[in-house]
Design a protein around this ligand. Structure first.
Ligand SMILES: [Zn+2]
Length: 998
């Protein structure tokens, strides 16, 4: 999710649009921006993050020749930013336009000061030093001073200060040109700012002059970027590029050794078949042969990826030539295009267990696990939340009084944020899951039960108000399609301010529920774009999806009929509005950047159909088809349904929930096209866009950390955006898609991915001592994770999915076949399962992944098959015993081994799967790779920031011989460098290394 503002400024002779109506502002992806103060009349943050400033003293807004309207400060007037805005960031850039009235010394432009640390920027010098001066004092007693040439007086100057921590530099740019730089600084921003500092960052303290367009970035801005900001603002035409590839990722020469590829002697060709119209699925890995003695892995092939299906319009054969990174091998795929129609109609053969049927337990040594720790951090904090905070904006929208003690949430749920209410949806899901998961503690469970009831009762009461007469308003509008604009207004608007919000709920149509009036939904139909003006919107259906999903989750875990009634009422409202729109309007709506982002509305409506049997909800679900991505065009001529990659370069988490929805539609309506959409998407995403932790977003090209890279299988060339990668909510949705696909097609590949993302991203996304969690998880050399929302008072999208992820950690350990004859054991996590239909209890005792074995005890009796997952990484054998006796069953890596027998009470299955080390290279630059031990990603523990990939050398015959294990946990060293599981890494880390095999 993101938002950006279209902001028009009149310069002397030209009009410049600050943003071009998309996610790129001056060539910089929006995710790099912390806050932006345009200062043309207020001190609000114009970014999506709502770090609104406050003024102290008299700040007046005055007319200005260059910027139309700017803030004018005199001594004693300044404005302050919430200190939390910059806490936890690795690097920082602050840029803005400054106009100094006098040359008086000691004027402060930027000030951050605590008892023990400070950063102060003096644009006109200090007593003992003239020119532009920055002083820094760290908590550790270090001091730095940066000086630059004098700034002209009574003239606008663009000033930028860049704290580039990985490069160990602090730089000053004046008018887009580097004016001064100090190098080799030994500084972490945490030496200056930290979580406990309530101090504020102050702009313009003791400064006399004018300021305009102050921006804070979490990335170190480059010379190019600052030059572009400067020239774009002046609109002098000297910089025109809208976006360009960032250039600060270290590159490698063409003849760089690329791991095992260096030792390849041959690569096999492949033959595949497909049917007319559908692109073939080409195997991403083929067999290779290596020089003597090397047991290399399968070889990654990079195939061209057409943007339509023109190559498969006729029956016949053709060939495709692939590449192997770092070599001249050109494997050939021969494709046979067959005439016949496909009849493959996968059946959902598996079912999951209800959350309450599975409990996480202590490990074999009676110690807690990462799963239990994370669960408890979230459950305990959730238990202490006040539901009134999550209802605040709903009551506000309906003009209802707030109960005593109710406090609004921050971040994306504040008064004027057009996404308000999104956290409430996630919260409903989280407390429903927490209720179902806390059977081990009745008091906790009761707490969540009360919370659910209170939330639903309030939402139900509000929804009942919509479109009904009131005591004072006999005239009302019940029909969703006839909702008028607010009283005294000519048109719909999205003004949510205290003064501007409309609260005439009796005119909103029956069943309406949201944390804002219906205007945003209607404006979307009329063409409104994403932005902060009252004529613009954020993403109304995205937010609604969370609310509907939350209501249905409450209904499913507790049978609360009111929750379902509220969902149905709003489902009817949506159906009424959307069913009257022409298809072209819908296509335009769903393709409108951010404004048309609808989360998984298709999933929610299909699910509502499944729960109620009401056909119109299924019809509504279909109205959310992303026709372009799913089917190419209105004629369904290609798209994902025909295996065309239509999502390259798109926003990742905007689209993953739509695919989850496509699969839900197949589940409920059996239209095969939808299955193909989900199946093809998953295969491509996992193979062509995935980082080693399981995350899939993070493009340098396009310049947006939340997007898929511009071309498939180019993660090195186009990925590793500086704003971070791996938006955590994206992986939450990928895991959901993965488990749902698995139920149709129980392949180990799915559960291998699930394990990958669960251990190495979801578990790794939570802070050490609190439920604070990550947005992006950066994987550049020497990165550090940044965690937010420890107290659950201000949610981004990822903070929203985090409270869901950590309240259902047990939900994929076991599945059952729908015919109840088979139990699937997917994950090796200490837990118990109560299998109602078979009247058995399964107890799994293990210290996995610290140890490589697990013991499964069956209490009860019955005839059923137990299928245990043999992971693809289990290449050192997989040993199965039942009651101490070796079992001779097929247990090849990447399969499920089946134990079919009559079980009796106390039967014990013992599994041993010796771990080994393996490398997971980036497909297009194989020497950049991650190190795994079994399923666990090992990250190098870095002691300071860095800009280059850490290089290590490993023996090509057996990489494990160079790796030493320390102690009984998962601590290792290579050449004296410490490695730990990424999920236990809280400091600087290198997840990707530059590896040479010798
Ligand atoms: Zn997110």
């Amino acid at each position: 999710m993101k938002r950006i503002y279209l902001y028009i400024v009149c310069l002397c002779f030209s009009i410049v649009s600050y943003a071009q109506g998309d996610q790129i502002l001056d060539g910089i992806g929006e995710t790099g921006l912390i806050a932006r103060y345009v200062l043309d009349g207020d001190v609000k943050d114009w970014s999506r993050n709502n770090w609104h400033a406050e003024t102290a003293g008299v700040a007046s807004f005055v007319a200005d020749e260059q910027f139309k309207k700017v803030v004018s400060l005199s001594k004693g007037s300044y404005f302050t930013l919430p200190g939390a805005a910059v806490v936890g960031e690795e690097s920082l850039s602050i840029a803005g336009w400054v106009y100094a009235n006098t040359s008086e010394k000691n004027q402060q432009f930027i000030t951050f000061e605590t008892k023990s640390s400070s950063i102060i920027v003096y644009p006109t010098g200090i007593n003992e030093q003239s020119g532009f001066v920055i002083t820094i004092h760290t908590k550790k007693g270090k001091q730095y001073k940066i000086t630059a040439t004098e700034m002209p007086l009574e003239k606008w100057t663009h000033v930028a200060v860049v704290f580039n921590i990985p490069s160990k530099k602090i730089q000053v740019y004046l008018n887009g040109t580097l004016a001064s730089e100090i190098q080799d600084i030994q500084l972490e921003l945490t030496d200056v700012f930290n979580q406990n500092d309530s101090n504020l960052l102050t702009i313009g303290k003791s400064f006399s002059g004018k300021l305009s367009d102050i921006r804070c970035y979490r990335i170190p801005l480059s010379a190019n970027q600052l030059e572009r900001i400067y020239h774009n603002t002046l609109a002098d035409g000297s910089v025109n590029e809208h976006e360009e590839l960032e250039d600060d990722l270290p590159n490698f020469p063409e003849d760089q050794q690329q791991l095992y590829n260096t030792y390849l002697t041959a690569v096999t060709n492949v033959e595949v078949s497909t049917t007319v119209g559908t692109l073939p699925r080409l195997p991403r890995y083929v067999k290779g042969t290596y020089q003597n003695g090397i047991a290399g892995p399968l070889v990654r092939v990079l195939w061209p990826s057409p943007k339509d299906n023109s190559t498969v319009q006729k029956a016949g054969s053709y060939t495709i030539t692939g590449k192997v990174a770092g070599t001249n091998f050109k494997p050939i795929a021969t494709v046979h295009v067959l005439q016949e129609k496909v009849t493959y109609k996968p059946q959902e053969s598996l079912a999951s267990f209800r959350l309450e049927a599975v409990s996480l337990v202590l490990d074999t040594h009676q110690e807690s696990t990462k799963f239990i720790e994370n669960r408890d951090k979230f459950i305990n904090t959730l238990a202490n939340t006040n539901p009134d905070s999550f209802l605040y904006m709903f009551r506000n929208a309906f003009g209802q009084p707030q109960p005593k003690g109710a406090e609004p949430l921050g971040v994306w749920d504040t008064q004027e944020t057009k996404l308000r209410g999104h956290a409430t949806g996630h919260y409903l899901t989280a407390i429903a899951q927490a209720y179902a998961s806390t059977g081990y503690d009745k008091a906790l469970q009761e707490n969540f039960k009360d919370k659910m009831e209170y939330m639903v009762n309030t939402l139900y009461t509000l929804a009942q108000l919509s479109g009904n007469p009131t005591e004072y308003h006999k005239n009302f509008v019940a029909d969703a399609t006839k909702v008028p604009p607010g009283k005294g207004r000519a048109d719909f608007d999205s003004d949510l301010s205290e003064e501007g919000i409309r609260t005439d709920y009796w005119n909103w149509g029956k069943g309406y529920i949201s944390a804002y009036p219906p205007d945003q939904f209607i404006m979307l139909e009329h063409g409104a774009t994403y932005g902060g003006q009252p004529t613009q919107i954020w993403a109304p259906y995205y937010t609604l999806h969370k609310i509907l999903a939350g209501l249905m989750d409450v209904y499913e875990v507790s049978g609360n009929e009111k929750a379902l009634t509220v969902a149905e009422g709003m489902g009817n409202w949506v159906h009424a509005r959307l069913s009257q729109l022409p298809t072209e309007t819908l296509i335009k709506m769903w393709n409108r950047y951010i404004a048309g982002e609808f989360g998984g509305m298709n999933e929610a409506m299909a699910r509502l159909y499944r729960l109620t049997g009401e056909k119109k909800y299924l019809e509504t679900a279909k109205l959310f088809d992303n026709i372009k991505v799913f089917f190419g065009d209105a004629q369904h001529s290609h798209g994902l349904a025909k295996n065309v990659d239509t999502f390259r370069g798109l926003h990742a988490n905007q689209h993953i929930p739509q695919i989850v929805g496509a699969l839900e539609m197949y589940r409920d309506a059996a239209i095969v096209e939808y299955f193909a959409v989900a199946d093809n998407f998953w295969y491509k995403t996992k193979n062509d866009y995935m980082y080693s932790i399981g995350g899939v977003a993070g493009a340098r090209n396009p310049a947006n950390a939340e997007c898929f890279v511009a071309e498939p299988a180019t993660l090195f060339e186009n990925g590793f955006s500086s704003g971070g990668q791996n938006e955590t909510c994206g992986t939450y949705n990928m895991l959901k898609l993965t488990r749902n696909l698995f139920m149709f097609d129980p392949k180990v590949e799915y559960m291998d991915y699930y394990e990958r993302g669960l251990y190495n991203h979801i578990l790794a996304s939570v802070a050490k001592d609190s439920p604070a969690n990550t947005y992006h998880v950066p994987l550049r050399p020497g990165s550090v994770k940044s965690f937010g929302n420890a107290d659950m008072t201000g949610f981004t999208c990822c903070n929203g999915t985090a409270i869901e992820s950590s309240t259902k950690l047990q939900n994929t350990i076991y599945f059952k076949s729908k015919d109840k004859k088979t139990l699937y054991i997917n994950l090796y996590i200490p837990s118990t399962l109560h299998w109602e239909e078979q009247k058995v209890t399964i107890k799994q005792e293990t210290t996995f992944p610290k140890e490589d074995e697990t013991k499964i005890t069956i209490n009860g009796k019955g005839k059923f098959a137990v299928k245990v997952r043999v992971p693809q990484w289990a290449t050192n054998g997989f040993f199965i015993k039942v009651n101490g006796k070796d079992q001779k069953v097929d247990a090849l890596p990447g399969s499920y081994a089946t134990l079919n027998r009559k079980w009796k009470k106390g039967d014990v299955i013992s599994l041993k799967m010796p771990f080994s080390f393996h490398l997971e290279p980036i497909m297009d630059q194989q020497n950049v790779a991650s190190l795994f031990y079994g399923p666990v990603l090992l990250a190098a523990q870095e002691t300071s920031a860095r800009t280059t990939w850490r290089s290590i050398t490993l023996p090509k015959e057996n990489i494990g011989t160079a790796i030493k294990r320390i102690g009984a946990g998962l601590d290792f060293t290579i050449d004296g460098v410490a490695f730990k599981p990424f999920y236990e890494t809280y400091g600087r880390h290198s997840v990707y290394l530059d590896i040479t095999l010798k």
